[in-house]
Design a protein around this ligand. Structure first.
Ligand SMILES: [Zn+2]
Length: 97
């Protein structure tokens, strides 16, 4: 016997079994009414608002926080009073008091 013939017979057997099973399953569902009831109504979901664009103030604040040292030209944070490179006092406009 050829191996191909066995495969074909096996395929036919599986097909017949599946058809029989689906047919009996259909009859069963028609009798019982189906194990799965109607799904509950889905509540109307609120429309998703588009994500708000990032405020430009945050970007500008990052730039304005850095001040350039007049002595060495290095950029340092405006929160520090002196330059970390050369030690000169940084020009802080709002540091008056
Ligand atoms: Zn400096």
């Amino acid at each position: 016997m050829g191996f191909l013939l066995k495969i074909v017979l096996f395929g036919v057997a599986v097909y017949a079994a599946w058809k029989t099973f689906s047919r009996w399953k259909g009859l069963w569902d028609r009798f019982v009414g189906g194990p799965t009831a109607a799904p509950p109504p889905v509540p109307p979901s609120a429309p998703q608002a588009p994500p708000a664009p990032a405020p430009m103030a945050s970007r500008r604040a990052t730039v304005e926080d850095a001040v350039q040292c007049a002595g060495c030209g290095a950029y340092a944070a405006a929160s520090v009073p002196f330059c970390s490179q050369c030690g000169r006092p940084l020009p802080q406009g709002r540091s008056g008091g």
